[in-house]
Design a protein around this ligand. Structure first.
Ligand code: HAM
Length: 424
């Protein structure tokens, strides 16, 4: 019989990966709490029109990539392809604005987009991110950009660049789009079919085109959004830039960065990594001052970002954190020794919080020591019949091979003194 396999674009995470994932998840939760952001968890599926209205009908996500279906009760539902629209829905539905004029939320969740799978691009993937509701000020944009930047600094990621742009407020957008369409009209036949289509429906996205001919035309003839901002937009964006400089966040101005979701206004940004290949965006976000209002809430200027979890893992590469599986590997020789080992392991887990793996396969000393090495443990505790007669075990330091005999009733104290073994 043909074997079942996971669906294309999805991924099983096996123990050596989940361990690393959990470590990073813990770092994310700690980081967000340090910044006073509170976690929000929303359901895996929502009404389809939450996304159609929120993200925009002509975006790639809505027009091509959503997993949508009509359920047995006739409801039109969609597996969530992003988290800003659900966060906005929850913000409005639970009247979070009543709790505080500035609501800061974060999330860590699983998402679904039917894209063409490739390195760093999946059909089920994970994001963590933040949304700050209520502040119109550039200082809030800078908090959000700075959090994204400093998050990656925790991992000492090299080769990352912050790119920022302003696509202006919603008032200025229709004016700019007209200017853009008019200036592209003489060249429309030379643009690719996708750009020709976009020019009518979603003109800003023509700046995303990777076709070299389109790029050439755009570089030469397309007006720049930055040169068409309103005075207020300009002051806002200038302040964002000078604050970023003041707090030491290096950035590059990218006049053509428009992002693929329709809700953005004013500041947009991405953090790119050169180690990722074609899918080089680690995270992206920006301001969306009209979305809450468009979804039925009160006018609420907001800004946030979301970051791809899988892309962070790729960027970490060899710097994988936390792939060791135990602090102590217990090498057990003989049946009597095994029951004693199980008791010792339980005591050390309870009293010292150490991760302990006990050998139960009754293998030779050599195979067990090989296993201890493979586990990444810092210590092996060797328990044999001879040692048991003396009520003692051998504690071996794996990095330099140093070993000594320790009485069993002194073991808990022994590990108290090893500050680098994970115990306090
Ligand atoms: P986005 O640019 O669509 O923005 O996604 C943000 C990040 O999610 C990307 O930079 C990338 O790291 C990751 N990502 C996106 N699609 C995939 C995929 N198919 N496979 C793996 N990773 C992927 C948003 O989702 C906005 N909601 C961000 C935001 C929050 N804006 C304001 N607040």
């Amino acid at each position: 019989m043909a074997q079942f396999k996971n669906i294309k674009g999805t991924k099983d995470l096996l123990p050596h990966e989940t361990r690393q994932w959990r470590n990073i998840e813990n770092i994310i939760h700690d980081f967000m709490e340090l910044h006073s952001y509170g976690e929000i968890r929303t359901p895996s599926f929502e009404q389809t029109n939450l996304f159609t209205r929120g993200i925009g009908e002509d975006t790639d996500i809505v027009s091509k990539e959503m997993y949508s279906w009509i359920d047995q009760g006739g409801s039109n539902l969609t597996l969530k392809p992003e988290l800003t629209a659900p966060a906005v829905r929850a913000y409005i539905q639970h009247h979070l604005a009543n709790q505080s004029p500035l609501v800061r939320l974060y999330y860590l969740d699983s998402l679904f987009r039917r894209e063409r799978p490739q390195k760093g691009r999946l059909r089920q993937f994970h994001q963590f991110g933040i949304e700050a509701f209520g502040s119109p000020y550039p200082e809030q944009d800078v908090e959000v950009i700075s959090m994204a930047y400093h998050f990656y600094k925790i991992f000492d990621l090299k080769n990352i660049t912050v790119r920022i742009n302003s696509i202006g407020s919603s008032e200025i957008r229709p004016i700019f789009l007209n200017i853009l369409r008019e200036s592209m009209q003489p060249y429309i036949d030379n643009l690719c079919p996708t750009c020709q289509g976009r020019l009518n429906k979603n003109a800003l996205r023509i700046f995303d085109c990777k076709n070299p001919d389109c790029e050439k035309i755009l570089n030469k003839y397309a007006p720049s959004i930055l040169e068409n901002l309103s005075d207020d937009d300009r002051v806002h964006f200038d302040t964002v830039q000078s604050l970023l400089t003041d707090i030491g966040i290096p950035y590059v101005l990218d006049k053509t960065m428009v992002r693929g979701l329709d809700y953005y206004t004013r500041t947009t940004f991405e953090i790119l990594s050169t180690t990722l290949g074609a899918q080089n965006s680690l995270c992206g976000g920006g301001r969306y001052d009209k979305l809450v209002e468009n979804m039925g809430g009160k006018p609420t200027p907001s800004v946030g970002f979301a970051a791809g979890f899988e892309r962070l893992i790729i960027a970490l590469g060899e710097n994988n954190i936390g792939t060791d599986t135990a602090d102590i590997y217990m090498v057990v020789l003989g049946t009597n020794a095994l029951s004693c080992a199980l008791k010792i392991a339980d005591e050390l887990r309870k009293k010292r919080g150490l991760r302990i793996s006990v050998e139960t396969l009754k293998r030779s000393l050599k195979s067990q020591m090989r296993e201890a090495n493979r586990s990444g443990a810092q210590f092996a505790i060797i328990i044999g019949e001879d040692e048991l007669e003396n009520n003692a075990v051998i504690v071996k330091q794996m990095n330099d091979g140093k070993q000594k005999e320790v009485p069993i009733d002194k073991l808990v104290d022994e590990f108290h003194r090893h500050h680098n073994c994970g115990c306090s």
